[in-house]
Design a binder for this molecule. Sequence first.
Ligand code: ACO
Length: 373
Amino acid sequence: MNRYAHITGWGISVPDGLLTNDDIAQMVDTSDEWILSRTGIRQRYIAGDGQSTATLGADAALQALEVARVSPNDVDLIIVSTSSPEHIFPATASLVQDRIGAGKAGAFDLSAACTGFIIALNMAAQAIRTGSIETALVLGAETLSRLVNWEDRTTCILFGDGAGAFVLQASEEPGGVLSAVMRSDGSGGDLLTVPAGGSKLPTSPETIQDGLHYIQMNGREVFRFATRVMKQATEEAAEQAGMTLDEVNWIIPHQANQRIIETAARRLKIPMERVVVNLDRFGNTSTASIPLAAVEAIQDGRVKPGDQIVFVGFGAGLTWGAVAAQWTGPLPEEKRVVWPYRFYTLYQVYTRLRSLVLRFVRFVEGVIWGRRR
Ligand code: ACO
């Protein structure tokens, strides 16, 4: 019997801090007209105090689980795709696992910049299809505003913060994630990078003075690369899934730049009416951008169960990829209401208490074992 990995839940979380192009024009030498005409971006949201990649990710994850009517305890695997993790380690996925109280889930982060959500979706789908797991949470979550140099007008105009999550579940019904294309060309690694803070160039007063802990980008080169690979990856993923481009209802691309998306659509001969774009309101949220666009299109009724979709992304690495999928929606047999969402606030108190109890038990064990040594 074949197993399929269906997308049965979805959620997004965006911080409150609205930053318009005019606001940015107060900070660097730019204008609303320049940003809008070169990128299509009008505004973006920026995380405030107390918000981070894990808090946005956990919010999106709980919404996605609620849509799928899956209890956090039934999640087997959490993958967080991010380029702005909470720390180098522990993985942000583990912090999300704790925040949502997913007591039986494995968790890891996936780093492939803006392509990460595509790869995470494929990894989770493969784990389901092989029978290794039943239910996965796939997140794209970013607070890139914390890596942006707000004095660099070539990058600070682009990025925004946010998170999106999909729930994937096993089913014998054909559909869900059908094919994937994953590619990389590390020879272009220097085109889009945060040079310092890793093992090659650990943070030091010098790296901070030179601004090497911020995003550095060769915009023109990234632009050229993006338009080329989006066409290739979309065509390959559709073909592998047995779809012609005419049969694809929606292209949901990484939301980097309106001109990149329009160029790719033109080359694919797909009208913009079949391409989901929301970067005007959210900016480039890196790996969160594909789920942010997808969830909006589902919530406003454009994407319907049965629709054929190609998700396509590109980004630092260089990396690029695409997933072809048939949209499912919540599985019909799972009509139950799961208590975490009926008593949402209570559940959040429970997960905080659960985390505190686990820390306390660890503390007590440490004291006992410390005495015995
Ligand atoms: N306001 C006003 N002028 C500006 C600004 C700004 N914010 N930024 C650059 N300029 C100037 C430049 O200095 C340059 O001036 P010059 O000709 O006197 O030297 C001029 O505008 C043109 O600069 P370009 O870099 O050629 O501008 P371009 O049309 O390429 O647009 C942009 C720049 C928007 C960054 C574009 O190249 C782009 O979108 N590239 C792709 C970037 C991208 O998608 N990155 C994310 C990838 S996903 C990931 O992995 C995170």
